[in-house]
Design a protein around this ligand. Structure first.
Ligand code: GLA
Length: 401
């Protein structure tokens, strides 16, 4: 299977179905992109660095304001509808008294987080659809959170900056949905820039857009597998990183996150840590150094070094952080040996889902077909390969007709 390019136009069905379900036109649309993280596996919640790029896969909303404190939410892809009051979000209950389904908790969670920050959320009718696959490592959750926050900010006209909105969306995911994710995904969905990757310092919140060379393609390989029980594994990894900080404090009392530990310091004390804490910390500390090296390579246009760093990241995340999975590894191995291949790694939290590969632009199609064929031979699964184009941050579309 070759690579395909996804569409960027508002999905016609979204508008048609909004009219059919709510019997009115939407007032505006919102789109918020997913992302690929070129490098920086699990570094964000360790207050380190990441290098993601927003992609032209979006969570889309069609929205109409309501005069009551009620959200009516229709999920087009599942054809499910739920309504909830904005006045008792803590209950996590729908208007009919049933527990809110997980997909609706993202909306309720963002509304809750905004309210906690003193930002009143307006009642609205919302239809949602997304072409960011769920559980694939392309940040489907952050895309929907950011879409809701952008919609409500637009209605109310808040003067809240994008970084603050990203943090409020992260809080919704951490405290309402219950996944202790870092800030990378929400940040990227709000700050994406076409043709660029974003070097983001997750502690200082400083960031820089770095142009991606035109002679490389980003090929996203979807293994066709989806994470299960990943939230608990993810939270466990985060806890292990915190244990590593506690253990290292005995020798390095001034550190407050793994971000503070240099490779040299770690080398001096690594043998004092117990497994698996030693492995987890080793991955994070070296991964932070790799992200900074990758950013430097990108600035020099050195795509060979960049590719090698992606491969090292995959191996470290696989062997030390134990966040890969059999199909992710099968795809990484299937990609080996093609002359256009520069490097690649799994993206997002891991365990299943997608990888990103850097390939020489002229031969990326051939590379994608080669990798897909070899992956299918090994696993029996027909994968989906996409050329990913980089995207701008979340936006409101009023002139969509
Ligand atoms: C998920 C989380 C991010 C980040 C990555 C791993 O995508 O949402 O915050 O931790 O996993 O790098």
């Amino acid at each position: 299977m070759g690579a395909r390019t996804p569409t960027e136009k508002p999905p016609a069905r979204l508008i048609e179905q909004f009219r059919a379900v709510f019997r009115e036109d939407p007032e505006f649309l919102v789109r918020a992109p997913g992302r690929v993280d070129l490098i920086g596996t699990h570094t964000d919640y360790n207050e380190g660095w990441v290098l993601p790029a927003a992609i032209t896969r979006y969570a889309w909303l069609a929205v109409r304001e309501l005069p009551t404190a009620l959200i009516t939410l229709h999920a087009l892809d599942m054809d499910e509808q739920v309504a909830f009051r904005l006045t008792d979000l803590e209950d996590r209950k729908a208007l009919n008294g049933q527990p809110l389904p997980r997909w609706a908790q993202y909306a309720a969670g963002v509304a809750w987080s905004l309210q906690e920050a003193g930002l009143a959320t307006p009642g609205s009718q919302i239809m949602i659809t997304s072409d960011v696959p769920v559980g694939a490592g392309l940040s489907s959750s952050a895309a929907v959170e950011v879409a809701y926050a952008t919609a409500w900010a637009h209605i109310v006209g808040w003067k809240v900056d994008r970084m603050k909105l990203a943090q409020l969306c992260q809080r919704a995911e951490n405290e309402y949905v219950g996944v202790n994710s870092g800030l990378m995904d929400q940040f990227t969905s709000l700050h994406g820039k076409p043709g660029h990757a974003l070097l983001f310092d997750c502690r200082t919140l400083e960031w820089e857009a770095l142009p991606l060379p035109e002679d490389i393609s980003l090929v996203v390989a979807d293994t066709g597998t989806r994470r299960q029980l990943t939230d608990s594994l993810y939270n466990q990894r985060r806890a292990e990183c915190e244990q590593a900080v506690q253990a290292l404090r005995e020798y390095l009392p001034d550190i407050s996150a793994l971000r503070d530990v240099t490779v040299e310091q770690f080398t001096a004390y690594r043998d004092r840590l117990e497994e698996p804490i030693r492995q987890r910390a080793e991955h994070i500390i070296h991964e932070n150094a790799r992200v900074l090296a990758a950013a430097e390579a990108l600035k020099r246009g050195d795509v060979i070094t960049l590719g090698h760093l992606l491969d090292e990241s995959h191996l470290s995340a696989r062997d030390l952080f134990e966040a890969s999975g059999p199909e992710l590894d099968a795809m990484w191995e299937a990609s080996q040996g093609h002359p256009a291949r520069l490097g690649g790694r799994f993206i997002g939290a891991g365990w299943a889902g997608c990888l990103v590969f850097l390939a020489k632009a002229g031969a990326a199609e051939d590379f994608a077909a080669y990798t897909a064929r070899r992956y299918e031979e090994r696993t029996g699964i027909s994968p989906s390969m996409s050329h990913m184009r980089t995207a701008g941050g979340a936006e409101v579309l009023e002139d969509w007709a």
